[in-house]
Design a binder for this molecule. Structure first.
Ligand SMILES: Cc1cc2nc3c(=O)[nH]c(=O)nc-3n(C[C@H](O)[C@H](O)[C@H](O)COP(=O)(O)O)c2cc1C
Length: 305
């Protein structure tokens, strides 16, 4: 069954941030669809799927190291999207098959500009290899029963972006997220909402607009400016995940406390927990102050608590 992609407020994929506690908290504040952090296919195909009776979760665990690569639970099954970093259709399918019964959709990352991704032919490298992206998406579409989507950036020209988006649409994907920046742009460069609007005008499938949603009212602004079906936020949510709340953001201290409470409840990875807390502190305070220094020193969730 397809997901409804219309009028949704969406948590963007974020490495080291978008793990189970963060996604559940986003949903509690009002996020309709929550993307997990990018999972690299090479890593996932070395994993097994285990039911964790103690926590009530489904865990995708590395066979050798027992590292939890992805953790989810029944409560988010209808809204969690699993994003893959991949450059190969067979590997992408093998990785997807391990967890497709536990998630609402599978997404292909076509926007990550980091050298690790690009050098492996993943992320933004796929923007210049549409034939590979096409191969991956059609393979996933033909073999999976859940919706398949992808997330792109803008290309150098409007024509190129629209041509790519149309080509991807033909693979039968359910929706496409467009981050309104080019590969060379910095996060602080303003997102080009008009670039997203051009893709919306050219496609029939739902477009998810992404870039510079920092307040609840920005969801409506970006939808009005682009004509997109739905809107997605990354940094706005990372800094204060209560951005999804209609009545305005909650107190930052309360959000941090609730995030940590959920991390303890779901036994979240300490590195991911620290990283996320540090992102929050950097935005609203400073890592050099007592709290930031204390978080830096912590080695366990108990220390953080
Ligand atoms: C901490 C962080 C991690 C990110 N990780 C991913 C990722 O795993 N996959 C992805 O497609 N984009 C990733 N992005 C990009 C965001 O999903 C989003 O496209 C970008 O930040 C623009 O949205 P914003 O202006 O709301 O921040 C990440 C961004 C941030 C800030």
């Amino acid at each position: 069954m397809d997901l409804d992609w219309e009028g949704k407020h969406i948590l963007a994929p974020m490495v080291r941030v978008g793990t189970l506690p963060f996604r559940l908290l986003a949903a509690e504040y009002g996020a309709d669809i929550t993307y997990g952090e990018e999972l690299v296919d090479h890593k996932v195909i070395k994993c097994i799927r285990e039911v964790n009776e103690k926590l009530g979760t489904i865990d995708i665990i590395d066979k050798k190291t027992r590292e939890v690569v992805f953790r989810t639970c029944e409560a988010e099954k209808q809204r969690v999207v699993c994003q893959f970093g991949t450059a190969d259709a067979t590997r992408a399918l093998m990785a997807s098959q391990l967890l497709c019964r536990d998630v609402a959709a599978i997404d292909l990352n076509m926007g990550c500009p980091k050298s690790f991704s690009i050098s492996g032919g993943m992320g933004a490298a796929l923007l210049s290899h549409p034939e590979t992206a096409h191969d991956i998406l059609t393979t996933l579409r033909r073999n999976l029963e859940i919706p398949v989507t992808c997330k792109i950036r803008l290309l150098k020209t409007t024509e190129a972006t629209v041509e790519l988006a149309k080509r991807l649409e033909k693979t039968g994907i359910s929706a496409i997220a467009v981050h309104g920046r080019k590969v060379a742009d910095r996060p602080r460069d303003p997102a080009q909402w008009d670039g997203i609007a051009n893709v919306v005008s050219a496609l029939s499938i739902p477009v998810i607009a992404n870039g510079d949603v920092f307040e609840y009212s920005d969801f409506h602004r970006i939808l009005a400016a682009t004509g997109a079906a739905s809107a997605m936020t990354a940094r706005g949510a990372c800094w204060n995940v209560s951005i999804f709340q209609k009545g305005g953001k909650s107190n930052w201290e309360d959000v941090k406390r609730e995030y940590l409470r959920k991390c303890i409840l779901w036994d979240n990875d300490i590195k991911s927990t620290k990283h996320t807390l540090k992102q929050m502190i950097m935005e609203y305070s400073c890592l050099e102050f007592a709290e930031g220094k204390a978080v830096n020193k912590c080695q366990s969730l108990a220390d953080l608590a």
